[in-house]
Ligand binder design. Structure first.
Ligand code: PMP
Length: 268
């Protein structure tokens, strides 16, 4: 049971993580756990479990559910204390919730890509913390669906921050990879970090900087990264094709490298 007075429910006072499972193994688990620790610290919550205990509960869920390919969601909230009270107690006793879900991580989206729209980024300023304050994103996905698209690229002060639930990348006309530098404006994606770690020796060059919607439209390729959809080619934005309108060679190369690194035996 979760109380309706739980601070997660009333105030979105909660951190969450979503870790990919492939071949029955957790992908980049340490990265997710250290980001969880950072988010909890930022929202005044103690981390209720040790790193070992988090590992065990994740592995148990994989085993109980016979999960080979999918995701494990975890949420840690501020807990419930009497009636609605903004500040809450001195010390919180978190509510912990996890579930496992099957999902094809290397499937249609990775193969065919997604269509995006541009949207004004209306989120709060601490997007580097992975909290359950996701109303802007929920509305962004509804707007995308209404426009016949799959996701949204969020724009603030004339520059793309990230996508609705993933980090945004482009390949410019010089063949350089461009993704926004880390700051409180975006979530430090674990998949983003994973892709960055694969670049050495790949022959690809990276520039970490923000880019404009115009640059995204003029890009030869675009893609997003997230634990839930891994590396997803972006084939159009606001109905305009990106590059050839099909997933491009750099995106395919990165997908191959990423899949190899997580031990997947698939050709992209
Ligand atoms: N940005 C936002 C806003 C997200 O919600 C997500 C997915 N949680 C990401 C980026 C990608 O992060 P990760 O690679 O850790 O899933």
């Amino acid at each position: 049971m979760v109380s309706p007075f739980d601070r997660g429910f009333l105030f979105a006072h909660a951190a969450y993580e979503l870790t990919a499972v492939y071949g029955g193994r957790l992908v980049d688990f340490e990265g997710h756990m250290s980001r969880l620790d950072r988010t909890l610290g930022g929202i005044a919550l103690p981390n209720p479990l040790s790193a070992e205990a988090w590992g065990k509960v994740h592995r148990d869920l994989i085993e109980f559910n016979n999960l080979t390919e999918g995701l494990i969601y975890l949420q840690v909230t501020g807990g419930a204390y009497g009636m609605r009270d903004f500040a809450g107690p001195e010390e919180f006793e978190p509510t912990v919730f996890l579930y496992a879900d099957t999902k094809q991580l290397i499937g249609e989206t990775a193969r065919d890509g997604v269509r995006a729209i541009f949207l004004d980024d209306t989120r709060w300023k601490r997007r580097d913390m992975k909290t359950t304050q996701l109303l802007s994103q929920a509305l962004a996905y509804r707007a995308a669906r209404e426009a016949g698209a799959d996701t949204a690229l969020m724009v603030e002060e004339g520059r793309v921050t990230e996508a609705a639930s993933s980090n945004a990348w482009i390949v410019d006309s010089a063949g350089q990879l461009v993704t926004r530098e880390l700051s409180s404006s975006i979530l430090p994606g674990i998949t983003r970090a994973g892709v960055l770690s694969l670049l050495e020796g790949s022959g690809l060059t990276l520039v970490e900087r923000s880019f404009t919607p115009q640059e995204a439209l003029a890009a030869v390729e675009a893609f997003t990264t997230s634990a839930g959809a891994m590396i997803a080619p972006v084939i159009s934005i606001d109905g305009q094709s990106i590059g050839s309108g099909k997933p491009g060679p750099v995106t395919r190369q990165l997908q191959r490298l990423y899949y190899q690194a997580m031990g997947a035996d698939v050709a992209a």
